[in-house]
Design a protein. Sequence first.
Length: 423
Amino acid sequence: MQAVLLSIGDELILGQTVDTNTAWIAERLLEWGVMPLYHLTVADDLPAITAAFKDAAARAPLVIATGGLGPTEDDLTREALAAAVGQPLVTDEKSLAEIRAFFARRSRPMAERNALQAMLPNGARPLPNSSGTAPGMHAQFSGCDILVFPGVPSELKAMFDPHAIPLLQKLTAAAGNASVILTAKVNTYGDGESNIAARLGPALMRRDRHPLIGTTVADGIVSVRVRSQFPTREQARRELDATLAEVRAALGSFVFSLDQQSLAQVVTELCIASKKTLAVAESCTGGLLGSLITEVPGSSAMFRGGWIVYSNDFKNQQLDVPLDVLQQHGAVSEATALALAENALKKADADFALAITGVAGPTGGTPDKPVGTVWIALAERHSPATARLHNFPGDREMIRDRAAKTALNTLRLRLQNLSSSST
Ligand code: AMP
Ligand code: MG
């Protein structure tokens, strides 16, 4: 079954607000095997919204729109829907009472304009909104079900399940294609997209395979997306799990997580599970590594803290990198990276310490240390520290991002080794 998704609002058209509702709804529809035919973003313009409703209703049995239900002059979605279905706007007394009650609960006077929000096309059904004033609407028009939700993402999300799911159940069952689509993402770090595809091999990458596998890359992370479409939820789940196991087996330790889980989350969890603490010493990443770790709720259980040691003086004063090491080998060197990691480990009394020192550019590169040269060291209590040389491509932002992620990945691989050798 197909659906059309409409998002309505000048702020979306102008790019001032990014349309997150459509992506969210599309993902929910997929769970019901409903494919969006197209997404359309429309300005706050009565003829344009009216035409968008009419076109969409002619092309798909389901239309879901968000936005333009507010009480102000620029909110035209209810007028447009009324025009599209050829019905006058009438006041729904129950909705009006609910809007009045909403203001009464907050001890605020209700502007008369808010009464407009209780109006809907004759014959349409209001969809109560418990977290805002604007009810949604459900209209039927020439064989098409049209659902309209408020644009505020939190209101849409609260209203979608109670109002859209029963309709989706009914429509997909009636369409006789009650298939379910489940998706998952396997995230990898450390190899390029084409190499990851090669590791998966032609059998897993076949375009007629069920579940279907595809790769995407974003910010150095190559993800393998799996889409499992089958008649029942149980079968879709079972096939998805089987394919995920095959993907994991093919990619081994390149895989760091599933779905939305970040490298920093994985490292945080692994540290907490093995009761290990971490300190960092950062030069060219200037605190990015510490920031990625502290973004994770609960990281206080494993993160001791760190140093941003940008100048040579500071590397020497704060983390005791010997001046002769800095002079002989330079700040971007194996010896400096090792000293930073070892001394951060000692001073923080941590179980692990990561150090990053490199040339982020655009200036500062030399023939033997070009822009993108980064040394990453890992020190560990009771073990000798190790350091590795990396050459990251791209601009300053990309080099710093890859350096911080590669440091996290270095520790991730070490922690996973620890836990697999102890079990
Ligand atoms: P409206 O229902 O048009 O009054 O929208 C209320 C607010 O919700 C707008 O000011 C936007 O900030 C937000 N909004 C509307 N549509 C979307 C959308 N498609 N994605 C994300 N936010 C939205
Ligand atoms: Mg609007």
